[in-house]
Write a protein of this length. Structure first.
Length: 223
């Protein structure tokens, strides 16, 4: 009888554990700022130590675009206040080509930081975006990057590829009920190894608009 009772308790504990693991893969119950897009999924990304993590929501109107993204498309680094990522200098000739903006008619993919779990010594997150490469050198790709709502007061972007141009714009909302206000008009061109940062307080959320052709040419920070 005791053995049967123990087996039942063990089975129940196993079911609870399996359900907890399954639930960890579900979307977190936080409203997305970019909920106008039709499809979205949440991806948990860990840093190299495995001790710090973020939940990144990927959204798009075309489901096939978000299906291309996994944790491998994000390089996440937890940083201390005032710390930056050291990157090697790149050399070469910057690509040439058209700069006209077709964003109004183009599909874009949105990224929103929904949750973060950082050790106490870290205060900000840096994310390098390794976008899936469709092998198309001619067309621009458009991305929107949202900070974590009601958390971040600073936004930072840097370009780290000599050959691929990066253009951006930046907006923010002072509070949850306000409309988006422009900080940097689209499209501002970042030179190689150039960065831009800004602080806003009060600030409910930042939104970067990024235009580029290369899968990994820039990193965005939020703090």
């Amino acid at each position: 009888m005791k053995r049967i009772h123990f087996s039942a308790i063990f089975a129940l504990a196993l079911i609870v554990m399996l359900n907890a693991c399954k639930n960890s893969e579900k979307e977190v119950s936080v409203p997305a700022a970019n909920d106008s897009q039709k499809f979205s999924k949440n991806i948990t990304v860990f840093d190299k130590s495995g001790q710090n993590s973020i939940v990144m929501r990927v959204s798009a109107d075309d489901k096939s675009l978000i299906e291309q993204y996994t944790a491998a498309n994000f390089v996440f680094t937890a940083l201390k206040k005032g710390e930056t990522i050291a990157r090697p200098q790149t050399t070469g000739t910057e690509e040439n080509g058209e700069t006209e903006d077709n964003a109004a008619n183009a599909q874009h993919v949105s990224f929103e930081v929904m949750q973060r779990s950082l050790a106490p010594e870290f205060s900000k997150i840096a994310i390098t975006f390794n976008h899936p490469d469709d092998q198309s050198r001619a067309s621009w790709k458009y991305y929107w990057h949202y900070s974590q709502a009601n958390v971040d007061k600073s936004a930072f972007i840097e370009r780290h590829n000599m050959w691929r141009r990066v253009f951006f714009g930046l907006k923010y909302r002072p509070n949850s009920g306000s409309s988006w206000s422009t900080i940097v008009s689209t499209w501002y061109k970042l030179s190689n190894n150039q960065s831009y940062s800004v602080d806003r307080n009060p600030c409910y959320q930042f939104r970067f608009h990024v235009k580029t052709k290369k899968q990994s040419a820039y990193t965005a920070y939020f703090e």
